[in-house]
Write a protein of this length. Sequence first.
Length: 600
Amino acid sequence: MNLSRDADQQFPRNGLLFLQLLVLGLFLIFILRFWYLQLHKGQDFADRAENNRIRHQLVYAPRGLIRDRNGTLLSVNEPAYALAIVREDSRDIPEVLRQVAIWLDMDPESIRETFEKGRLRIRRFEPQILVHSLTFEQLATIEANTLVWPELKIITKPRRTYLDGPLLAHVIGYVAEANEQEMNADPELNLGDSIGKKGMEFTMESVLRGKKGLRQMDVDAAGRQLGTTLLTPPQAGNDIRLSIDLELQRYVDAQMGDHVGSVIVLEADTGQILALVSKPAFDNNLFVTSLSHADWAVLRDNPAHPLQNRAIQSAYPPGSVFKLVIAGAALTERTAVPSDRVFCSGGLRLGNRLFRCWERRGHGWMDMNRGLVQSCDTYFYTLGDKLGVDRMHPYSVQSGFGVRTGIDLPHESSGLVPSREWKRRRFNEPWHRGENFNMSIGQGFMLTTPIQVARYNAALINGGKLLKPQLLADADPEVQSELPLQASHRDFLVQTMVNTVEDGRGTARRISRPDVRLGAKTGTAQVVRLMAEYEKAKLQDIPYHLRDHAWMTSFGQKDGRSYVIVAMIEHGGGGGSTAGPIIKTIYDYLFPKDQFHDAG
């Protein structure tokens, strides 16, 4: 019975095997977990542990400085203070964001949106910027509470400042915070980085932008900073020197007064732009510190469009300024010679329509020189009719119209030189003979920019070279193409511009000075066909939006210096009466009057 009882008390062999397997499985699980934690994820956990003690922070690099041609500073970098949060150090992020909004008197939703925007791009232990620019009062409030709110950090970063604001806003442009698309396209950009958005800040971004440095910070368990070490110093961006003469820019801006339009002053032999004024302008400093919705609404809804760079982005009918091109085409295509005469009785009839000359009484007999000097429309109706659009279009394009000049500014307009094909595509209509008349005097569909007119004028007096308009003082002259004009024909056109200034009946006689060789061509570009009640009214009695645009293109030469000045005044009326006085004062600045008296 004892033997039987011992046999009954033995453990089942299957149960013992199960127990052994269970113990073995537990050991395998421990071993696998140990391998996962110590080997597979060991480096990651080591990095996390290290980050609890050592953190890295980017050090912002200052952008390169911008100066004028004489070395005068135009844009600088000033220290600015941004507010950031380290998510890993925060126990209640919504409460932190709410408190920040209270301190800074900001919309809590705006703070939250900024936080959510950067949360996926910034690691938990890195500072994530919430506010890009703090005032000194805001900075003091935050600094006074950093012991209670250790997750909040103050980051010093350079902030762009434009010393002359609106004066050069259309040339320099501005920097602003990079958006999502820009950050995705450039791996060097981080949330909160500022990059060039307009003007030379945009086109010279790769030159002006510096390279960030790296700083190591020792922190305690609460995230408080104990010490710092600069691992990699930041590299400042390269400086650039513009071709703009700041004092001349100020003078030209003052001469324009409250007019809407643009003025360009450039060197004919190099293509360097000495002044480029577009009015109205805007304060580019507004964009640096996150433009408010109210300020943006003011700029956006302004009917004068201050953000528009009228010198390169606005395309206008060139009016009689374009007659120089048509005269050159007639000479080149041998459809006319300078001595050919046309009688102007006040217009030219085509079918039932009378195409009027600006001089209703008529100019009488006109040759090419007098037709340009007195800007006779009837003479050019005749030339346009002989040439036709099929010859005017390619010649105009070869002369630099209807194509961008390549100036180092974004969003340049190409203007428009119409053709038969263009009109068919655009309106599904054929080209009409009367449209040759309109095109010959720079009206109809023809559109050009002031910078195109300036480049063409420079080519007339520099030997026929169409030069790229340059905005960098160190840039060499860049010949893009040649005018399709014989030297003798080019000299003839230049002489007619001189005659337009010196002749008693010339439309640019207002700018005449005996000690300087001056040449010009005026233009009055019709915006709309005036109603009968305004046809004989004075300029001030015509509604502003119905007034003609005023053009003048000109050159001045003395003592080896050759300048081109183009003025385009929107709704300014006559080119000679409105643009002329502005251009005259600029030549008086370039060639001071004391030289005039000495020469007398």
